[in-house]
Design a protein around this ligand. Structure first.
Ligand SMILES: C[S@@+](CC[C@H](N)C(=O)[O-])C[C@H]1O[C@@H](n2cnc3c(N)ncnc32)[C@H](O)[C@@H]1O
Length: 923
């Protein structure tokens, strides 16, 4: 067997790392290589995102196909069908493509020989397949290619795939398949999913206790006066889905049990807005009953005795005209009703007029569903819509008030919320399809698809992400917010971070909720969704400690029951903090400190203590001018000699280096693998190790010295003239995937901010193996003039600790005398990225900072990018040499006592001196 090429192996390994077996990934990779003409750039981009997408698409299609097959087999009554080979999602995508074709086709793609690539591929396919325009490429891949192409056409500035060289493939011939209608109800972890003939889908969600047993109030709603509600006896079981459904289970059980017995289909009165399909009879009953909403298929529950005795719904077996009159409903034992309002009603929360409640009490009990489908075609029987096409706000059962809320997201998707004051809440999603051939997919498959999409589209990178948990979270948030008093909500609450169960599971153990100093942390539990406060001794304990600045702080954490911890959800509610400059200090998201600003999530890991967290700052992925710094990004300033306007696609793949390689001696600084070339890196490293060998220049009028306003400026202490990397930019003709664009694509490696064990505070580490010369991140912060930095430092001396600011002085020597606004530095103290956590290591740090020119041809402003100086193992700390002169006591930023641990530590002298002084009693 031929060995797998290294690139292919890397791709397969990357897939393996996210749980995709090699044998699954291999054929897809092969296909992709074919589609992309063996251009690895696309495949490797974004950690093989295209490949992962294609595999997921393939799996999705297979699952759909399987489901469709099951459906087909299941429906014994189906008539003649026109079935295509192509699975449903593909057909749907093809339709979308058809609609968007003008976009895709408006982009000409050419191969190296200048032949339109799109045409070439099509021709190839046509010749292979005869007249029919069909490609060998699996549909999902083509869809993905097109989607990317369209995306880029619409937003060319996006970092993504090159729109100019991707094959755009003609859409396959579409066929309508006329699947018979089917009615399914599925349940998964408290979610009920159903669909009617016209494609209306209803997903109902039972609020799910997230940890421990549900609160008693949810288990057995108390009867309001005049009511006699038998107490529901529900089984105590460890099954999550059973537990989670208990809040409303009595209602469902009651109804479904009856319907089981009746073995019929009928509309169910107002409380559930559902219609039940008989388990035994899978007749297409909706043919007979119009357009009802379906109720989940009942599950046998152990508490059947109770339900059998107390069921109050009975349905006529004649489903020909399923009006509420055909069902009798015993109002005398009805539970507290849930209100379901029309999705078209405005988003509101309110109490129902008691008079209206009283007067409509009876009709409420016997009324039919309140839910309206998205087309307004289903309403409460006998009820007319108001002028807006909305269902009138309905009345509530006497003695109860119900909160009602509805969110209309779009014309085809609705979220309905029904709640009673007893804390029962029902959230339903409904959506409609106008596809005549719509069939009901398996709920598990739907979840899988959504999860896959979330993983792909929303930068949720945890493969353990689960939609069910997301929905649980939604329920929980609803309950949390619904339980807060208005005052609670407004008082000093700056941010609420729901930490999803699944996302909370750290990549490494020890991810803690992180928050800034002097704020209160409240963790709430599902069964008591109050934000727990300090004054409640039953639920809080002090885990206070000292913050970074030595100030004492307190946090209150809820003691969660052991059983609850694994499934707990936490909301972190904090007081709005202020930094020394009076600016807002946001809370960190421990799942991703970048708050989604980077292409990868960067978690915060604390494996050491529970009372420390990184100092608060505003995460920014790119530098921002603070005030006076002169940073001029303009196309007009880039001469033709400073860009490669004639280049195409990937400059590194071109036979000759383009103009952009001139800065680095006619050879690009990067290799085809995106690493800094060895010779270039060696030279940069040697500059740091042996600065005396390299040119150091001394300004006549040093902006740094000048910025120190006190006294006459001192003589320049010298600046190292450093080597620059120049990347291609907007004025260049190449694509965003050009190998000479590395830093501008941002962080792609998996990094973690973590608490170091060596008294250096927080640090940065990689969670993956890094090769030598790999780009890690750039130092991002506020762009300040040196005067601004000096002033800032003076203002905050003694109080706030600055991170170590960096001078952008790499080319000062070539610039002559610099004006104040041209002599710049970066300060990441208040605004910065992960680089602000990189600790110093003397001399043998595993990263080096290299100046990178991207947007500006002059070198007043540039990017400072960190590259590895050697291979770095997973979970090794990433360090760089700040270049500190530990003997320079005049430096505006006081040097710290170095604990880098390097045998080359430049602070060792000082250490030994201080030890010596101590032993002599001098200090
Ligand atoms: C850019 S910050 C690095 C992140 C910092 N450790 C934190 O917790 O935010 C620089 C500060 O980290 C600390 N630090 C960095 N390297 C260190 C070292 N080798 N030894 C001791 N402290 C260090 C010093 O307090 C320094 O002022």
């Amino acid at each position: 067997m031929a060995p797998i090429p290294a690139k292919a192996l890397a791709a397969l390994n990357a897939m393996k790392a996210i749980g995709i077996p090699m044998q699954t990934a291999k054929p897809v990779l092969k296909n992709l290589l074919k589609v992309y003409d063996n251009n690895w750039e696309y495949i490797e981009a974004e950690n093989y995102r295209v490949l992962a997408d294609a595999i997921l698409d393939m799996q999705e299609s297979q699952a759909m196909e399987k489901q469709k097959k099951i459906s087909d087999d299941d429906i014994s009554w189906k008539g003649k069908e026109v079935v295509t080979d192509e699975p449903e999602p593909l057909r749907t995508r093809a339709r979308t493509r058809k609609e968007n074709q003008h976009l895709a086709s408006s982009q000409a793609s050419y191969d190296v020989a200048g032949e339109p690539l799109q045409k070439k591929i099509l021709d190839d396919n046509i010749s292979r397949k005869g007249k029919e325009v069909v490609t060998d490429e699996p549909e999902p891949l083509r869809a993905r290619v097109r989607a990317r192409k369209e995306h880029h056409h619409l937003s060319p500035s996006n970092v993504g795939f090159d729109a100019t060289n991707e094959p755009s493939l003609k859409k396959p011939k579409l066929e309508n398949d006329a699947l018979p209608d089917s009615h399914y109800e599925q349940e998964s972890e408290g979610l009920v999913y159903s669909r009617n003939r016209r494609g209306k889908i209803v997903i109902s969600m039972l609020p799910q206790p997230l940890f421990g047993e549900p609160a008693p109030r949810n288990l057995s709603p108390q009867p309001s006066s005049g009511q006699s509600v038998p107490e529901a006896v529900l089984p105590q079981t460890s099954n999550t889905s059973q537990k989670s459904g208990q809040a409303l289970a009595h209602m469902y059980n009651r109804e479904t049990r009856t319907l089981d017995q009746a073995d019929e289909v009928c509309p169910v009165p107002a409380k559930t807005n559902k219609l039940v399909i008989s388990q035994k009879d899978k007749q297409p009953v909706q043919e007979k009953i119009g357009n009802p909403i379906l109720l989940k298929k009942p599950k046998d529950e152990p508490d059947t005795d109770y339900l059998q005795k107390h069921d109050t719904v009975s349905c006529s077996s004649d489903a020909a005209s399923p009006t509420e009159e055909q069902c009798s409903y015993d109002s005398s034992i009805s539970e507290i009703p849930l209100r379901m309002i029309s999705p078209l009603q405005p988003l509101s929360t309110g109490n129902i007029d008691p008079q209206s409640q009283a007067s409509h009490h009876h009709s409420m009990d016997t009324s039919a569903t309140l839910q309206q489908d998205v087309n307004g075609s289903v309403g409460r029987d006998g009820q007319t819509k108001n002028d807006n096409g909305r269902l009138p706000v309905d009345k509530c059962q006497k003695g109860t008030t119900s909160k009602i809320l509805s969110v209309q997201e779009s014309s085809s998707f609705n979220v309905d919320v029904a709640s009673s004051e007893l804390g029962e809440v029902k959230l339903s999603f409904s959506c409609s399809s106008d596809q005549p051939d719509f069939h009901v997919p398996n709920l598990e498959t739907v979840f899988k698809l959504v999860e896959d999409r979330c993983l792909r589209s929303y930068r949720i990178l945890q493969p353990s992400f689960s939609l069910t948990n997301l929905m649980k979270e939604m329920c929980q948030c609803f309950l949390e917010l619904g339980s807060d008093t208005a005052d609670d909500r407004q008082e000093n609450v700056v941010q609420i971070i729901p930490t999803l169960d699944s996302l909370k599971k750290p990549i490494m153990p020890g991810v803690y909720d992180v928050m800034p100093p002097n704020n209160s942390l409240h963790l709430t539990t599902h069964d008591d969704s109050r934000a727990l406060d300090k004054s409640d001794p039953s639920c809080a304990h002090n885990i206070g400690g000292n913050d970074q600045n030595g100030r004492s702080m307190e946090m209150e954490k809820t003691e969660l029951p052991e059983s609850a911890k694994s499934e707990s959800l936490s909301l972190v509610v904090v007081q709005q903090p202020q930094n020394p400059l009076g600016e807002l200090r946001p809370l960190h998201d421990v799942i991703d400190i970048s708050k989604g600003e980077e292409r990868v999530k960067i978690p915060v890991i604390n494996e050491i203590t529970s009372d420390k967290y990184p100092p608060s700052f505003n995460y920014i992925p790119r530098n921002i001018v603070y005030q006076n710094a002169f940073v001029n990004f303009s196309l007009a300033r880039i001469g033709d000699e400073d860009c490669c306007a004639d280049c195409f696609n990937d400059c590194l793949a071109a036979p000759l280096p383009c103009a952009c390689a001139r800065e680095t001696g006619g050879e690009f600084a990067y290799t085809l693998d995106g690493l800094v070339r060895k010779e270039f890196l060696d030279e940069c490293i040697s500059m740091y190790h042996e600065p005396q060998k390299h040119h150091k220049f001394h300004c006549e009028d040093c902006p740094l010295e000048r910025s120190k306003s006190e006294g006459p400026p001192e003589a320049c202490k010298g600046h190292l003239l450093r080597k620059f990397i120049k990347e291609c930019w907007s004025k260049c003709g190449c694509s965003m995937h050009c190998g000479n664009r590395v830093v501008q694509r941002g962080i792609t490696r998996n990094l973690q901010v973590y608490l170091t064990s060596k008294e250096k505070g927080w640090g940065l580490r990689t969670s993956e193996k890094l090769p030598r010369g790999a780009f890690v991140c750039e130092y991002v912060g506020e762009i300040l003039t040196n005067t601004e930095l000096y002033d800032r430092t003076m203002q905050t001396t003694g109080n706030a600790k600055h991170t170590y600011p960096v001078l952008l002085d790499a080319d000062w020597g070539a610039e002559g005398s610099l004006k104040d606004e041209e002599a710049l530095c970066l300060d990441a103290t208040f605004y910065g990225n992960v680089a602000r956590f990189i600790n110093h290591r003397c001399s043998d740090a595993n990263m080096i900072e290299i100046p990178v020119e991207v947007e500006t041809p002059d070198h007043h402003y540039y990017h400072l990018a960190f590259f590895t100086t050697r291979k770095v193992e997973p979970f090794e700390e990433l360090t760089w040499d700040y270049g500190i002169d530990f003997d320079d006591h005049d430096h505006p930023i006081k040097a710290f006592k170095c604990r880098c641990g390097s045998r080359l530590c430049r602070d060792i002298k000082r250490h030994s001196q201080s030890q010596h002084d101590t032993s002599l009693g001098l200090v």
